[in-house]
Structure formats: C-alpha cells, structure tokens
Unconditional design. Structure first.
Length: 360
C-alpha cells in the first residue's frame, strides 16, 4: 500500500524561543529538562523523522507543502479568528497560557494546514495512505480561536476539504490522550463527519463526556470514549473491539482521518496512560480494517516524550504500510487484561451509543 508523507523544514521554525535547541542528552527527554523551553518544540518532529526512517520498509512519496489560503481556513474557522491569526504574522506572544507564537508561527501553521489539504487530496485521488508530520498540532483549535498548543485545526480542514472533493462520509478517529474539543465542536451538528475520540478523563481540556453525542442532524455522529488514568494496551483493545471498530464499520466512511497524538504512551510527561509502542501499530491496523481500508491520512497531534514519539510513530508507519485485512482478522494480542474500572467505562459508552448504532 503506497504511503505519502508530508513534512517540511519550515515546520521546525515554530518555537517558543529563538535560540537553537538540541535534544536533551542521554535518555531523559522529558520537557522538564532545562534545555527545553516548551513541550511543543521542534525536537518532536526530529523524533518523528527518526521513527519514519526506522520503520519504513517500502518506498514512500513526499507530498509538498503549500500555504492554506484565508478562504480555506474559513471553511472551519471564523473569519474573525482567521483575521486575528494573520495579523500575528511576524510577531511574538501567546494566545493563551499554553499557546505561543513567534515570528514564523503563522507561516508554519498556514503551511502545515495547506500541506495537510494537499496530502488529503493526493490520498483521495490516488488511494493509499498518508502521514502528515506537522506542527503545531491542531485538534484543540476551535472555530473561533487557538487553544492547547494548536493554532489551526488541520484534521477539521482535511475533513471539510474531502467533502468538497466528493467524499460523502468522513470519519475522524482521535487517539490523542487529550480530547479534541475543537474538532468535536466544528462537526457537532454534521452527519457527514463521524468524530470518535478515546482519551483520558478527567484531563485537559475537560470535555469529551460519553453523553456528548452530537446535536441536530449530527446527533449520534459524535462518539467519546473517556477512560480514567493508567489505561493499558488491553484497555484500549477493549475500547476498540467494543465501541470504536463496530461504530466505524457501520458508518462506512469514504475517507479515514486519524488525529495521531502519541501522548497516551506510558512515557509521556503530560498525561497518565500506559500504552506501549506496539499499541499504536495495532490501533492503526484495526482502524484500517474496520473502515474497509479506505484512503487514510494520519495527522500528527500531541506526544511530548521524544523516545516515545520515535517508537510509537514507527509502529504507526508499519501499520499504515500493512496490507488490508478483514475486520477482526488482525489479532491485537495486547498484554494483560483490562481492569474492571476501564471495562465499566467502556460499557457506559456502549450504553449511550446503542441508541444510535445497532452494531453495538
């Protein structure tokens, strides 16, 4: 299966300070290291690039980035926010306590957004799978503002673009440890975009309750799987088998987008989940199988431990490269068993979503 990759040196220019930063020495790569100014930093992409080179077993094709136009940004963001964002070009500051920008950040965000659109269009027209190694992340960016390290919601833009290209149903699966509140809000009333999120709860941004199912015509097309801390590979496997895969298969998307955050990894400093590297390959393969191996694009979101990023992204690449399998034909074989608490949380989600999905 052909793999298309989006990456650009400009994506490294988004940084809190203007001094050159390097990976912390040794194996301690936590953002708390004094060499690192902010968890959302250029070294994240360097780790991802190492993971890609380590994992890729087939030739992959690079897709060139381009600048997203203001009109394209306005398909998911308000014109007022887009105007505010563009006015910050060449300046430095913060949108909120977590979300910084420097003199190049608006250029970076527009290029990451446009590149994600180009990648989505390539995968849609040619088939295959795509990987967008972009910064800053996007799934917290709301229609009317930046939030949680995110300036522009790339996955939301890609979904809207795919609908304009002729897709009838787009599925977004968000496995970032933080709930993608921005993506959820943008499509909360839209039946043409299924949004599924599995995330730690309670945790920033505090949204993503199991009972938040969409509204209006979009009722039933928003699926949240909130799990309490310390969820293991086995707990995620149960969530996939009992909720995510049956819903995704029943929806039958024309295009699959993955908000691929790697901060549910056991090493991540900003959360409290317990996934290992292998879980990310398994999740990728299972999503591909459940969706019918439709054109798929994985877009980088969070993940703040560099060792975890390299290893987990490598497993995701191997998943994206894998040959199609039938639903249920790829055993996860997660170590251990899910705890009763996490099983109860998953069953609570099933109880809510059974009103909308006969597959449950």
């Amino acid at each position: 299966m052909k793999l298309f990759v989006l990456d650009d040196p400009l994506f490294d220019a988004h940084r809190l300070d203007t001094e050159e930063q390097t990976d912390p020495p040794g194996d301690d790569r936590s953002f708390e290291d004094p060499h690192v100014a902010h968890p959302e930093r250029p070294e994240r992409l360097r780790a991802c690039r190492r993971g890609l080179e380590r994992a890729a077993t087939r030739l992959w094709e690079r897709v060139g980035a381009r600048v997203a136009t203001p009109d394209e940004l306005c398909t998911v963001h308000t014109s007022e926010y887009v105007e505010t964002l563009l006015e910050r070009r060449g300046a430095r500051g913060f949108f909120d306590a977590d979300t910084y920008y420097n003199e190049r950040s608006v250029d970076v965000a527009q290029m990451a957004a446009g590149g994600t659109l180009a990648l989505t269009e390539t995968v849609w027209r040619q088939g295959g799978r795509g990987l967008a190694l972009v910064r800053p992340p996007g799934h917290h960016a709301r229609a009317d503002g930046a939030m949680g390290f995110c300036l522009i919601n790339q996955v939301a833009l890609a979904a809207r673009h795919a609908l304009g290209l002729g897709a009838r149903r787009v599925a977004i699966v968000d496995w970032d440890v933080h709930h993608g509140n921005g993506t959820e809000e943008i499509f909360y009333e839209d039946p043409h975009v299924l949004y599924i999120s599995v995330h730690q709860h309670p945790l920033y941004p505090g949204s993503g309750a199991a009972t938040d199912c969409g509204a209006g015509d979009g009722r039933g097309f928003n699926v949240n799987v909130p799990l309490s801390g310390a969820a293991s590979d086995a707990a995620y496997e149960a969530a996939f088998q009992r909720v995510i895969e049956p819903v995704l298969a029943a929806y039958g998307p024309d295009l699959l987008l993955i908000s691929a955050g790697f901060d549910a990894h056991a090493r991540d400093p900003l959360a409290g989940m317990a996934l290992g590297d292998e879980a990310y390959g398994a999740m990728t393969r299972r999503l591909l199988a459940a969706s019918g191996s439709v054109p798929t694009v994985a877009v980088l979101e969070g993940g703040y431990d560099l060792t975890a990023l390299e290893g987990a992204l490598a497993m995701t690449v191997r998943g994206l490269e894998s040959d199609p399998v039938a639903p249920g034909g790829d055993p996860w074989e997660a170590p251990g068993t899910p705890g009763d608490r996490h099983l109860d949380e998953i069953e609570r989600v099933r109880g809510v979503q059974k009103a909308f999905w006969g597959s449950l």
